[in-house]
Structures are given as C-alpha cells and as structure tokens.
Design a protein around this ligand. Structure first.
Ligand code: 13P
Length: 255
C-alpha cells in the first residue's frame, strides 16, 4: 500500500499577522515544486482568512487548517469556533486531540471525540493526535495509551469518514523538547496504531489511513523517520516556523 505522505505545520500560538503571511507565502512557494507529499499549515485562528486569500491568490495546493474546532454548530459557546466558520474562511483541515489541548487545556477523550466527529461530518480533513507522556512511556504504556485515545477519539467514526481521517502519533515527551522518538520507536507505535485501526475499520481501510509522526521533527531527522514503512508524514511544530526547514521536511517526505 502506498500512502501519499502528509506533512503538517502546526504553528501553535506563534507568528503575527505579517510574519504569518510571509511564512505561508514562503511555504507555498517552497513546496510548489519537488514534493509529492500533501502539505498543510495550521496558523492561529485570527490569521486564517488572510492566509487563505494569499494561498488562493497563488493557486497553491497547500491545505489550510485550524488548530482546533468546537463541535456545536452555533450558539452560546463563548470563545469557540465552529466547523462551518472554519470552512467559511477557507479551511479544509483541523487538528483534534493535540497533546497541548489534552494536557494544558484539559480536554478529555469525550470532547475530543465530539470535535473529531463534527470535523469529519462537516467534510474537513481531521488529524486526531494521540500519544503518551514520559511517565506512561517509562511504565511501558505507550501502546495502551495510544489505543485508548484512538478508540475513544474515533467512537462513531464510520467508513464514510475515513478518506479524511489522519492520525498523528505525538509522544508528549518529544514535543518541543528536542527529544525525538527513534525511527524504530515511531515504527513500533505506528504499527500498533494501525492494528487498532484495522480492528476498528478492517485491514483494507486501515491500510489507507495516514499516520504522521510528531515530536521534534527537524530537517535533519525527517528523512530517517519517514523511511519507516508505517510513518506517513510528520506533524511539525517548531521547525514549521522556519520556511526553509519546513520545506526541506516536506521534500524529505515526498522525494
Ligand atoms: P515540535 O515539532 O515543536 O516538537 O512540536 C510537535 C507538535 O506538537 C506538532 O503538533
């Protein structure tokens, strides 16, 4: 099974209007040739319309995504943003279950599941992020945690959603720390994730779902990680703020 790699740039709470626009334009220009991977960027909410217009103006294939979404359609949910609002400003993708939402904003599996379902039902590409903490890793719970987060996050997801579903394995201890899972660690965790997906959706469907690795991916380590047969791309934080590095990661995946 050949899966088209997908590289995401999760900007988190970084950039400003001018820097975000410049970064998006540099990424769009940099990946317009020489990469066969799909490329998505996830800027902060306020800059989405501006960046959407800039990507459209150049006819870029770069997918615009949001870092979060709320599952309700509309109403009294102060501070929240709906799927329809994201689509209205040109988003085609969204992240759910990112470890910073789980551990800093205290989102639980049920909320993450509702967000994931709303995104998929609304036609967005949804990247559900899973991953263990350092303590969970040390007590050998990596596969168990990933499985629990997958089964809970994907409750109610059906075959009709699967072409828009991406999973990101992001070990919490590797995010923003400079510590990367070894290629073998990533391969092992991804294999177990795919086995869970096969149990949920069948072998053929599971074989088509892309599983990204995230956690201190750099231009220097991307190629080695993405050589692993079960690693179908990367979800990149820090290095996605540096256009040359991010473009190099995209090319390492799709080259
Ligand atoms: P870093 O690449 O900065 O470790 O962040 C990874 C991440 O959280 C991407 O979503």
């Amino acid at each position: 099974m050949t899966r088209t790699p997908i590289i995401g740039g999760n900007w988190k709470m970084n950039t400003d209007r001018a820097a975000g626009l410049a970064l998006a334009k540099a990424v769009a220009a940099g990946v317009s040739t020489g990469t066969k991977s799909e490329v998505a960027i996830y800027p902060p909410f306020p800059y989405l319309p501006l960046i959407s217009e800039a990507l459209c103006a150049t006819g870029s294939q770069v997918i615009l995504g949001a870092q979060d979404v709320y599952h309700a359609e509309k109403g009294a949910f102060t501070g929240e943003v709906s799927v329809a609002m994201l689509k209205d400003v040109g988003c085609r993708a969204v992240l759910t279950g990112h470890s910073e939402r789980r551990h800093v904003l205290h989102e639980g599996d049920d909320l993450i599941n509702m967000k994931t379902l709303a995104a998929l039902n609304g036609g967005l590409i949804c990247t559900l992020c899973v991953g263990e903490t350092l303590h969970q890793r040390e007590v050998n719970e990596t596969d168990h945690i990933n499985e629990r987060q997958l089964r809970a996050g994907l409750r109610g997801v059906t075959a009709a959603h699967l072409d828009r579903l991406v999973i990101a394995y992001e070990p919490v201890w590797a995010i923003g720390t400079g510590k990367t899972a070894t290629p073998a660690d990533a391969q092992n965790a991804h294999s177990h994730i795919r086995a869970v997906l096969a149990d949920l959706f069948g072998n053929d469907a599971a074989a088509k779902i892309r599983i990204q690795y995230g956690g201190s991916v750099t231009a220097a380590n991307a190629a080695e990680l993405m050589k692993q047969p079960e690693v179908d791309g990367a979800l990149v934080g820090g290095a996605s703020l540096k256009p040359d590095d991010f473009v190099a990661i995209c090319k390492a995946a799709g080259g």
